[in-house]
Design a protein around this ligand. Structure first.
Ligand code: PBG
Length: 325
């Protein structure tokens, strides 16, 4: 009770603040999303994601080395596929010499210790821009899941450490895990996008991969953003099906979900600070309306406070440069 207790004592200097600080950011926390495209000598800036690029395979090693030198030990790989290769069967997604499969090899040849997790969903390969196979205007679950397991297998075969299914089909974690076990890949990781919401924050990402849905939206498979309990159901199910890491996406608008899962799920929780979150901060900074660096760090620490063990973020490199390895 005042004056015996004064809360400001623990805030009096940076030394005491540092001593009692509860959460520290570290480069160990980060996964850096990496965008890959076809062609040669390409480093293409994504207009709605200033300072973020897609790389062709010959340029990719430089970026991987830069990330590794900054202390970032894991990447989440995404590819932008050629329009001509998109179809409704996922042929380009499961090709052993597909862009993703070659990207995995390139990264592993560059930095064998870099943890490679790959995006598993059909949207970058789909002529409809949907995460699954489309039949009569509907995204069909079970045939999609079969295909996703095949796709995941080609990623592990190419040398990925694990996969991150982002499609939100039912049962895909189980199918992928069974496929991995059947192949003897006991150590292949599954980081499941368990609580992935149908969000308008994904807009810039869809620009980056040219993967916006051609018709309708993703609300029949991604979660309704008005729901909280459902996240727990999804997370528990994915854990039972063999997931190792449970992810929440997007980030900042879903800290309640991160916190809920961190308290109730006995697995590491990852959060994905998505493209729209990155774009908002960059835009505000460009206008001089927000100070980029401190706002970025404040947001990243918020993820840790909420209980995230892993943060997938487009700010990984910038944050690593600030906080050191
Ligand atoms: C693909 C996928 C998306 C994102 C990650 N994987 C887009 C979507 O579901 O439409 C979004 C990432 C971001 O916005 O940064 N299924």
């Amino acid at each position: 009770m005042y004056p015996l207790q004064r809360n400001r004592r623990l805030r009096g200097s940076e030394s005491i603040r540092a001593l009692v600080r509860e959460y520290q950011l570290s480069t160990d926390d980060f996964l850096a999303p990496v965008f890959v495209e076809n062609g040669k000598g390409k480093k293409t800036e994504i207009p709605s994601m200033p300072g973020y690029y897609r790389y062709s395979l010959d340029v990719l090693p430089q970026e991987i080395n830069a990330l590794w030198q900054l202390g970032i030990k894991g990447v989440l790989v995404f590819v932008k596929e050629k329009e001509a290769l998109k179809d409704n069967t996922g042929a380009a997604a499961i090709a052993p010499d597909g862009l993703m499969q070659r990207a995995i090899k390139t990264i592993k040849n560059t930095q064998p210790q870099m943890l490679v997790l790959t995006d598993v969903a059909l949207d970058p390969y789909s002529s409809y821009g949907h995460d699954g196979i489309v039949v009569d205007g509907k995204i069909v679950n079970d045939p999609t899941v079969e295909l996703l397991a095949q796709m995941a297998a080609t990623h592990i075969e190419a040398g990925a450490d694990g996969v991150a299914p982002s499609d939100m089909m039912d049962g895909r974690v189980l199918k992928i895990r069974q496929c991995f076990e059947a192949n003897g890949w006991d150590n292949a990781l599954i980081m499941s996008y368990s609580a992935k919401y149908a969000s308008s924050f994904y807009g810039p990402f869809r620009d980056a991969l040219d993967s916006a849905p051609g018709f309708g939206d993703k609300k029949t498979y991604q979660m309704d953003f008005a729901n909280q309990k459902e996240a727990l159901v999804e997370a528990k199910r994915d854990l039972d099906e063999g997931a190792d890491i449970i992810m929440v996406k997007p980030g900042l608008a879903y800290l309640d979900i991160v916190s809920q899962l961190a308290q109730n799920i006995a697995a590491p929780i990852a959060v994905y600070q998505v493209s729209g979150e990155y774009a908002m901060l960059k835009a505000a900074a460009k206008y001089g309306w927000l100070d980029h660096q401190p706002v970025m760090l404040e947001q990243l620490v918020a993820f840790k406070r909420a209980g995230a063990a892993i943060i997938a973020t487009y700010h990984a490199k910038e944050a690593a440069q600030l906080i050191g390895g």
